[in-house]
Design a protein around this ligand. Sequence first.
Ligand SMILES: *Cc1c(COP(=O)(O)O)cnc(C)c1O
Length: 376
Amino acid sequence: MSLFNVYPLFDITPLKAKDVYVFDENNTKYLDLYGGHAVISIGHSHPKYVFTISEQVSKLGFYSNSIQNPLQVELANKLELLSGCKDYQLFLCNSGAEANENALKLASFHNGKHKIVAFKNSFHGRTSAAVAATDDKKIIAPINAQQDVEILELGDLVSLEKALEKNNVCAVIIECIQGVGGLDESTSAFYEGIDKLCKKYNTCFIADEVQSGFGRTGDFFAFQKYKVTPDIISIAKGMGNGFPVGGILIHPNIKPSFGLLGTTFGGNHLACAASLTVLEVIEDENLMQNAKEMSAYFMEKAQDISEIKKIKGRGLMLGLEFDFPISELRKNLIYKHHIFTGSAKNPNLIRILPPLTIKKEHIDTFFEALKLELET
Ligand SMILES: *Cc1c(COP(=O)(O)O)cnc(C)c1O
């Protein structure tokens, strides 16, 4: 049997990893400034993470949601403490797409409407309603195209109000900092405007924090830079540091009745142990503060490089924009300098999504390599 080719492949086979480094079959060391799509939050194979997961699987790895699972309660409490999102309900699932799928479904159950508003260059996952809300025609199959979706320009509150006035929009879904779209972010007036308009027209405001959440931007959630109260917050990626886990936080104004949402694997014991450890390490090692400090250091260094036309994003969710396509540069960074970086929909943008444990010396290594590449 052959493998379905999911993404363009780099010819590297990592066999182990430690903190910000990945090692291939020849034990060559790569600096990971990509975190496997923003997933590795507390560093690869963090000792506490290895210990907790191993211990949990030796006790009880899985039982279904038909029994009580105290780890879910512990996770919900810790999440409330670190995020500051008071009195939300937590529903656990297994991925970002599934989180958004449940968020959109719940919004529609809540207000009885059916249409989705999303934004240009959005990415919300690859399943039915989530992919329909994604601004990428080539991954939307005819079966997904049945969903009624309107894609608006970032920043356009006038069109948003026009759409909401028709009283058929169940949810406005947005990444407050876009991920794969290219790190675009609008103004506080825009996000606060969405919040107000959603409340005025009884539409749910869904903040997709799948990539930007769990401390990546230096705040626990990217939306927390603004005075907004999302009705539903979707989470995944950094939440499990590689263990597949996702979820939604549901505002107390939404009261889903019993049985509207469900899942077999979601919130299992191992997933909870993984995510709890992520939260504990973020707190113990002060990783949100580190994200802020390393971000400032990164930006300072980036300013010295004239080829970088724009630095986008916040915290350790950054984009470096050049005035030429970066695919050769990215290849050279990997093969010549052994540094992983990410790409985006914007062909001129390098995406930087390192573990939140990154230090100055790693950033120095990156900029030395970048300078060498830009000189040649
Ligand atoms: C990755 C991503 C998703 C989808 O998550 P999966 O776990 O791949 O299903 C959804 N929204 C955003 C913003 C993402 O970055």
